[in-house]
Write a protein that binds this ligand. Structure first.
Ligand SMILES: Cc1ncc(COP(=O)(O)O)c(C=O)c1O
Length: 442
């Protein structure tokens, strides 16, 4: 086939698209062919304002020269280096840089290629750590309803989104779930943390009492649940989880795949909430979404627990061919430089109230039943059409796309997370377009 042939509907068939209604998409494809800063260019030559940072990942905006140049230079200098029993300088440099911006105590970094791999890596570290320190009876992993932790078996086991779980058999055994914290009746239209619901953290205690704490290795939560529709935590909830974990020898894992790298106006959500986990799962914004890469950060005490055997032995039988890949590491370093040089985390912090006010001005518009904002994240929940779940929200997505705005929908919720370079005028444009979309919706 001529590789330059124009894209036709019948040559879209080969690609089985992820998390996509393939048949519907292929009848009316939405193809992106370019991007710069806050905008995408579509195949039909239109500009789309990016209100989602791609998929929650392009935190510094698109095609930033420092990052693209670093990738090109690295590809020409050292394209690949084996990840096992060999190294290259940039992976070590990036790990040290990550430690320098991470909360105190998270001093070691394990590299992966995605959020899903980071989650499964974190769960394996937790189990292996407990065993290494002589507590192999701690085999249980605790997640939470409505949690999203990627799509690998560990992640869907501790995750709490039914459609992501129901097709895949028995999943991991020994997993239990806390209740989710979403309670719009008590916390309507929240901006920032929720007023009510801290007591839901005691679900961990209930589960620990049921199974006995000595069987529990770790609990994993997203500090702000993103993919399930933007659920900020109740005030004091994460602190309470931390206390319970400390009392009972349970590791606390934060999945910061969305909240990491400035999304909350701080390096990590751990900083925003003032709660440091034992293990922190990251990806996405680490390389500005440009090259796949994830990083799992762990406490010294966890790393040290693995370092007791013979020095010639591999301490942790885990890793990926592309762990710390040179081009990804170069992209990561250039991304961290860009965040720092442009003060993007501080910028996000300054914009948080502007973003919150703008989004909350949609209260009272047609079909809107709740709005939730925190950091530079926002969710607008729509009343579902009776008998046609998710149809209205998806119609909003399609209409926004036609009108030059990229949003994302999950269930009945419009979820947004613009690049941290977004201007106040562009925040206004996002909300104006959304308002017009809401008025046109059936
Ligand atoms: C909280 C969280 N964890 C894990 C993942 C999975 O990341 P990936 O799609 O890179 O595997 C995501 C993706 O959106 C996420 O939001």
């Amino acid at each position: 086939m001529n590789e330059h042939a124009p894209i036709q509907t019948n040559n879209l068939e080969a690609f089985w698209m992820p998390f996509t209604a393939n048949r519907q998409f292929k009848k009316a494809p939405r193809l992106l062919v370019g991007a710069k800063d806050m905008h995408y260019t579509t195949a039909d030559g239109r500009q789309l304002l990016d209100a989602t940072a791609g998929l929650w990942c392009v935190n510094a905006g698109h095609c930033r020269p420092k990052i693209t140049e670093a990738i090109a230079a690295q590809a020409g200098q050292l394209d690949y280096a084996p990840a096992f029993q060999m190294g290259h300088p940039k992976a070590f440099e990036l790990a040290a840089r990550l430690v320098s911006i991470a909360p105190d105590g998270l001093d070691h970094v394990f590299f992966t290629n995605s959020g899903s791999e980071s989650v499964d890596t974190a769960l394996k570290i937790a189990l292996a750590y407990q065993r290494a320190k002589g507590e192999g009876s701690r085999f249980r992993l605790i997640g939470r309803e409505r949690g999203y932790h990627g799509v690998n078996f560990g992640g869907i086991s501790v995750g709490g989104i039914v459609n992501n779980r129901k097709m895949f058999g028995t999943l991991l055994t020994g997993v239990d779930h806390m209740r989710h914290t979403h309670d719009p009746a008590r916390n309507p239209y929240p901006s920032g943390e929720l007023e009510h619901g801290a007591e839901l953290a005691d679900d961990l205690l209930r589960i620990a009492t049921l199974h006995d704490p000595s069987t529990i290795a770790a609990v994993i939560v997203e500090p702000v649940a993103g993919s399930t529709g933007v659920l900020p935590p109740p005030k004091g909830y994460l602190q309470r989880l931390r206390e319970i974990c400390d009392q009972h020898g349970i590791l606390l894992i934060f999945d910061e795949v969305i909240t990491g790298y400035g999304r909350m106006g701080t390096p990590f959500a751990a900083d925003y909430f003032g709660v440091t986990p034992d293990i922190m799962v990251t990806a996405k914004g680490l390389t500005n979404g440009v090259i796949p890469m994830g990083a799992v950060l762990v406490r010294d005490s966890i790393y040290d627990a693995f370092m007791g055997g013979g020095e010639n032995l591999i301490e942790f039988a885990h890793g990926y061919t592309y762990s710390g890949n040179p081009i990804a590491a170069a992209a990561g370093l250039a991304t961290l430089d860009t965040y720092k040089e442009e003060g993007l985390f501080e910028r996000a912090k300054a914009l948080e109230p502007v973003w919150a006010d703008a989004l909350h001005s949609l209260k009272g518009e047609p079909h809107v039943i709740d709005i939730r904002t925190i950091g530079l994240i926002g969710g607008v929940e729509l009343e579902p059409i009776a008998g046609a779940p998710t149809k209205r929200a998806f119609a909003a997505f399609l209409d926004a796309y036609e009108k030059g705005l990229m949003i994302r929908t999950t269930g009945e919720i419009i979820a947004m997370s613009p690049p941290l370079i977004v201007s106040e005028a562009q925040i206004g444009e996002i909300v104006d377009t959304l308002r017009a979309v809401l008025h046109r919706l059936q």
